[in-house]
Design a protein around this ligand. Structure first.
Ligand code: GLN
Length: 311
């Protein structure tokens, strides 16, 4: 049933005429063809269901903000919340406007300013390569795959054009909200965004969130059940920026998008899902990826307001 469903969805998405706009502000991402569509679903029993370009690597971009948040929470605990809030911003992912009004403390860890503040905690006192290494090690262990790596060309491309992110970081530094050095923090941030993964790898990396924070293979906690719940709450309310309400309305799953066109969505107790299609909506979320998740969640009855029978 699930295999047929996602094969149908992938076939429809492959020929959809309206595919959105590929991100252009990072030159390396502008080169990616909007023709791609991939989907991978890992269900609670560990089975993997894939269709389309599920094994092609793409730039995970802001999906990495979930992993950076896990890494920062593991290393610094509740201190993270002194740096970032837990409220939806209602503005664009790279907006600067709220920062002045709110004394340099970003609304949440998933807008760029908030993610840079989280990454600053990881980068603190380290060389850039150590901070990047910490995030990469976490992602590899969550996915059970040591081949996952940073796409150096994408990281370089973003560093060369990341003026807005530099502005956000410097502005937060002026409020003492990040410790800096700004250059180090930005290097780690650009590299974490440039991690390349396939849908299959990304869905595997999200398994711990479907299992209330536990590693699916060892059963050991990666984060506590409470932390897993809180991360999922932030994904639901903030994971799609100023389209988070619409995503919750249509899909009803905690999810995080990235401007590479990937989305990681979690159906708690049921599935970890990754979709990829590079064309974006005006808010910077994958257009067909979102459509595919709408169709999948509706057909399967997977949404957080419709819990699994066992719960
Ligand atoms: N690396 C991108 C940026 O900082 C991430 C944005 C995104 O995926 N929404 O602009």
């Amino acid at each position: 049933m699930l295999d047929t469903l996602i094969a149908d969805i992938a076939a429809r998405m492959a020929t959809a005429p309206d595919r959105g706009q590929v991100a252009r502000y990072i030159p390396e991402l502008a080169k990616v063809s909007p023709a791609h569509f991939g989907i991978a679903v890992v269900t609670a029993d560990g089975r993997e269901h894939v269709a389309g370009d599920a094994d092609l690597s793409f730039s995970i971009q802001s999906v990495s903000k979930v992993f950076a948040l896990v890494e920062a929470l593991q290393a610094h605990g509740e201190r993270v919340w002194q740096r970032v809030g837990r409220e939806p911003s209602g503005s664009a992912f790279n907006s600067i406007i709220q920062l002045e009004l709110e004394q340099g403390r970003p609304r949440n860890p998933f807008i760029n300013a908030g993610a840079i503040a989280v990454t600053d905690l990881i980068a603190e006192g380290n060389e850039p390569r150590e901070g990047i290494g910490a995030i990469l090690r976490l992602v590899r262990s969550l996915a059970g795959d040591d081949t996952i790596n940073v796409d150096g060309a994408v990281a370089y491309s973003e560093a060369a054009t990341g003026f807005r992110n530099a502005a956000l970081a410097n502005y937060m530094r002026s409020f003492g909200m990040i410790a800096g050095p700004v250059e180090t923090t930005l290097q780690v941030y650009f590299h974490q965004c440039a991690i390349a993964m396939s849908c299959r790898q990304l869905a595997r990396a999200g398994r711990f969130l479907m299992h209330a924070g536990r590693c699916p293979t060892s059963g050991k906690p990666i984060v506590s059940p409470e932390r897993a719940r809180r991360i999922a709450a932030l994904m639901l309310t903030c994971g799609h920026y100023d389209a988070s309400g619409e995503f919750a309305f249509e899909v009803g799953l905690p999810a995080k998008s990235g401007v590479g066109g990937g989305i990681l969505a979690i159906a708690p107790g049921r599935a970890s899902i990754a979709v990829w299609s590079p064309g974006l909506s005006p808010q910077g979320n994958s257009l067909l990826g979102t459509k595919a998740l709408e169709e999948l969640s509706r057909a399967m009855g997977w949404n957080v307001f419709n819990p699994p029978p066992a719960c």
